[in-house]
Design a protein around this ligand. Sequence first.
Ligand code: PLP
Length: 333
Amino acid sequence: MVSSVTAPFHGGRLQQAANEFGIAAEQWLDLSTGVNPEGWPVPHLPAEVWQRLPENDDALEQAAARFYGRPMLAVPGSQWAIQTLPMLFAPTRVWIPRYGYAEHAFHWRLNGHQLETYDELPDQHQLAPDDIVIAVNPNNPTGYRYQPDQLLGLAMKLQQLSGHLLVDEAFMDPSPRYSLLSGTVPDNLIVLRSLGKFFGLAGIRLGFICCDPALQQKLQQRLGPWAISHPARYVGALALQDTVWQQHAQQQIKYSSEKLTNLLSQHFAEDQLSTTALFVTLTLEESQQARQLYQHCGQHAVLVRIFPEWQKIRFGLADDFGLNRLAEVLEDF
Ligand SMILES: Cc1ncc(COP(=O)(O)O)c(C=O)c1O
């Protein structure tokens, strides 16, 4: 079946920007993703990691259980879970945030579910049996962050209705105390995590899901035996175990995020900016302004992520050199 629903587009498409603006890819400053630009430093990998098949009971599962505080199922990127979960539920009503990572809406719709858009989390009176609520926490691109109690309360209400709460915590690593994984996890709660953001390892395609054992088994069947490559498992385990790097990265990200926010607040009003650890999102009055800013940055080989339908531009973190470049570009906007 060919679907008429259009697939979302994403940041990080440097090659396309190079073609669009006629500037070679290596000259760009890519601020279009929320990926930590100073990711975990990948070492030389032993030959057997490339050559032998991956095995499930390796160091990865233990490392993940220690890092997240509970057993997790490894998946090839949290995106894989976002695509697969809608196939595992009978058609139902799914509450989707108005602003958020568009892949959720795309895949639930594609799989025949009925979508309900929300600005604020649905309350008890709005919920019906078997409802599924999707929350992105912290939200990409708005940066909005829910308190864990608020989401947990919603999960409890949904539990009474045989419903589920799916919380996408792809950007949660810099603020782990807000994670639902740090408390009691009801069995109707599904939590997604990613190695692609804080760890900066977007290319290895590794993420994790926490859910009840029955759902986990269905996901496992869909995964098959070698869905996560041996290099991804090996590198992922080392990164999750590296608490020294993690502490350093927390500081580094805090520093970069503050500097980026300071720079942007010299050019835009504070109420136009929402800051999270890994990106800052600017909301403009009209989408035309967002397009102009995107074009202006692009002409200077700075790639930002535009959300034209929401009048938003998202800026990822940069090192000092990158920030100076961005400062110059914004100066003559
Ligand atoms: C909110 C959110 N969730 C999940 C993903 C998927 O990330 P990954 O598949 O790399 O874990 C993304 C990617 O940009 C995202 O922004």
